[in-house]
Design a protein around this ligand. Structure first.
Ligand code: GLY
Length: 402
């Protein structure tokens, strides 16, 4: 009999409970990379404790300015507020450090207020990445109620004429939907499973179908923003907000689409979503502007490639998505997705991207881009880069399970 310490057994049980309980025979994690990422997770524990020390009672971390050495924070209403508690929970699951759990719980108490927020479409990011993980690790009636209320708030933004959830509030004649919104649908699927009310599921499927129809170009790259007529559902404009140009492929947008349609397939088992996710993967993986180390430039069409800034957040989201998509794809594609995710994890784990302990304001990764056209958060750490990096690490480790 193989002897395993108790914490290893608990860890294996936790991984099994978290969905993907087994490895895949032809997708073998690299032992050296497994060691490296195990060390990353240990180091991240210390980093996040540093981050925690700098926060006021209702502050959520946003980014860190290296020059002024200042942590930038937000209140709970910012779209990224769920990532910090979510990352703490992923780290807690892997490190079993009670300090991380208590910091996550402290933030959840502040974040709970957002369950009734009907002015944002980002409730999936905010509430599912935080309370969704908390409830997965230790289900509690109060978490469930907050998640159900959040799904109800999100559903108020659905317009049946358009067939989408409104992303950004704007003038009444506009109805703006961004590709990022695909990431909020997971919360709705959870709500149907939990309550038996199929209306959440139907909203998610309708939103995805409308997005599939209108948001993509023939090469399966996506526009960032679509403006629909709220009365007729007609498309009025296809444009960008955070990308280089209306016709360019903003890197994080491609990553949100990849992740979002992979979740759609997981939740519905409808093959058309798997095909969509694979088409998006094909666009990304065969793009001549994707560097060898697989961390994309902030926009696939940035005019100053190869000196354009990279976006570690897009790389991390892609890695997490590919490590799920490879479980659904045929062997040949699966190996391609797995190897790409592996390269991303290797690159992000290197000193090119992973901050030395005690630096970077406590964030794990450097070099992400928030909103380049607004000259905001360019080449900085970001909470969602850390969140999806840690999720990708967790997913990668699951391939080592027998
Ligand atoms: N959802 C906003 C962004 O990706 O920057």
């Amino acid at each position: 009999m193989i002897y395993r310490p108790l914490w290893v057994l608990i860890f294996i049980m936790a991984l099994k409970l978290s969905g993907f309980s087994q490895g895949v025979a032809y997708l073998k994690p690299n032992p050296q990379l497994l060691n490296t990422i195990e060390k990353n997770i240990k180091d991240a524990d210390g980093q996040y404790k540093n981050l925690a020390k700098q926060l006021g009672p209702t502050q959520f971390p946003k980014t860190y300015d290296k020059v002024s050495r200042k942590l930038e924070t937000s209140n709970s209403g910012w779209w990224c507020s769920g990532f910090y508690p979510g990352t703490l929970l992923f780290l807690y699951e892997q490190n079993h450090d009670p300090q991380l759990l208590s910091e996550a719980n402290r933030m959840l108490t502040v974040l709970g207020n957002e369950q009734y927020n009907t002015h944002t479409h980002d409730l999936g990011f905010m509430m599912y990445c935080s309370f969704g993980n908390a409830n997965r690790i230790e289900p509690k009636p109060e978490y469930k109620q907050i998640l159900i209320n959040s799904a109800k708030s999100l559903a108020t933004r659905f317009n049946p004429k358009v067939g989408c959830i409104r992303s950004w509030d704007s003038k009444p004649s506009d109805f703006l939907v961004i590709i990022d919104n695909m990431m909020n649908l997971e919360l709705l699927f959870w709500a149907t499973k939990e309550t038996g009310d199929s209306s959440f599921y139907k909203i998610a499927v309708t939103h995805a179908n409308t997005t599939m129809k209108n948001h993509f170009r023939p090469d399966y790259s996506s526009y960032h923003v679509l403006n629909y007529n709220p009365e007729t559902g007609a498309v009025q404009q296809k444009k960008t907000a955070q990308g280089y140009s209306d016709e360019s492929a903003w890197a994080r947008g491609q990553a949100w689409g990849l992740y979002g349609f992979t979740v759609m397939y997981r939740e519905t088992k409808d093959k058309k979503y798997l095909e969509q996710a694979q088409h998006i993967a094909h666009f990304i993986l065969t793009n001549p502007n994707l560097p060898k180390d697989k961390i994309p430039y902030w926009d696939f069409n940035a005019p100053d490639i190869p000196t354009a800034p990279r976006d570690a957040s897009a790389g991390a989201i892609m890695a997490a998505a590919l490590l799920e998509l490879c479980r659904y794809a045929d062997k040949k594609d699966a190996i391609d997705y797995f190897n790409t995710a592996q390269t991303i994890l290797k690159t992000l784990s290197s000193s090119d991207y992973r901050a030395a302990t005690g630096t970077n304001g406590g964030f794990i990764l450097e070099h992400s881009v928030g909103n380049k056209p607004q000259k905001s958060e360019v080449d900085v750490p970001l909470t969602y880069a850390d969140y999806y990096f840690v999720e990708a690490i967790k997913r990668y480790k699951q391939f080592a399970l027998k």
